[in-house]
Design a protein around this ligand. Structure first.
Ligand code: PLP
Length: 249
């Protein structure tokens, strides 16, 4: 079931990339696993998926522990190489809001944070990133459709925030992330993604070295890829509809 979902999403990415004249390899798929049991993440891992997105820190830490224990057991049994021929480790992406008092476990255990919207949070992440790990990849979240969502900085403030956090030594500022208000209107989806892309280009012209545009989910990944997304965050289309049981954690 997860295998079919993953295959279908990878096929959608490939088709959308082809339609846009883009290399599908340039688009990273982050499998969004919020509310889903660790066994389902493990199943996706067995199928080769390596990037996973979680919204809630505590929930994510439990799943990381589960996966780590499972994989350590295999490594001890000498089976790791068979299950991980590419040798690529799991990368965890925090895609939900981050409170300033919860940065430490995030700095210690995630590879990416998509939701930076304050200099203070970024500074703490940099200070708390362990020296033995690569710098933490971060994205500035932009509030593109303005209204309902309170997450993200207004587009007019993104460049200043990016300039403030780019020098932090233990962070690597990679780009922008946005979650536009859902709409079935594909032209409107594209217009909103295009606005984020324009901001991204403007920031690169201003001298920032950004390479990641985190845009697109189950319902709108084609529009996002058409407008230049390099990373899509997909849950429902891989794992099915979420039951809300754990979502308020
Ligand atoms: C839940 C979530 C997703 C995945 O949404 P689907 O519609 O299930 O693909 C992507 N990005 C963010 C920020 C999310 O919270």
């Amino acid at each position: 079931m997860i295998g079919e979902g993953l295959q279908a999403v990878n096929a959608r990415i490939a088709r959308a990339a082809a339609a846009a004249g883009r290399d599908p390899e340039a688009i990273r798929l982050v499998a969004v696993t919020k509310t889903h049991a660790p066994e389902r993440i493990e199943e996706a891992y067995r199928l080769g998926q390596r990037d996973f997105g979680e919204n809630y820190v505590q929930e994510a830490l439990e799943k990381m522990d589960h996966l780590r224990a499972r994989l350590a057991k295999e490594a001890a049994a000498g089976k790791a190489a068979a299950n991980d021929p590419a040798g690529r480790p799991i990368e965890w992406h925090l895609i939900g809001p981050l409170q300033a008092n919860k940065t430490r476990p995030v700095a210690e255990r995630f590879g990416w944070v998509h939701t930076v919207e304050r200099e203070k949070t970024a500074r703490r992440l940099s200070e708390q990133r362990p020296a033995n790990l690569a710098p933490l990849n971060v994205l500035v979240q932009v509030n593109i459709s303005g209204e309902s969502s309170k997450s993200g900085v207004p587009p007019g403030e993104a460049l200043a925030l990016a300039r403030a956090i780019a020098p932090f030594p233990r962070l690597k500022l990679r780009g922008l992330m946005a979650v536009p208000e859902p709409t079935p209107d594909v032209a409107l989806q594209r217009a909103r993604f295009r606005a984020v892309r324009a901001l991204f280009d403007e920031m690169n012209r201003a001298g920032l070295l950004l390479d990641t545009l985190s845009l697109g989910m189950s319902a709108d990944l084609e529009a996002a890829i058409a407008e230049g997304s390099t990373l899509v965050r997909v849950g429902t289309a891989i794992f099915g509809v979420r039951t809300p049981a754990r979502s308020a954690a």
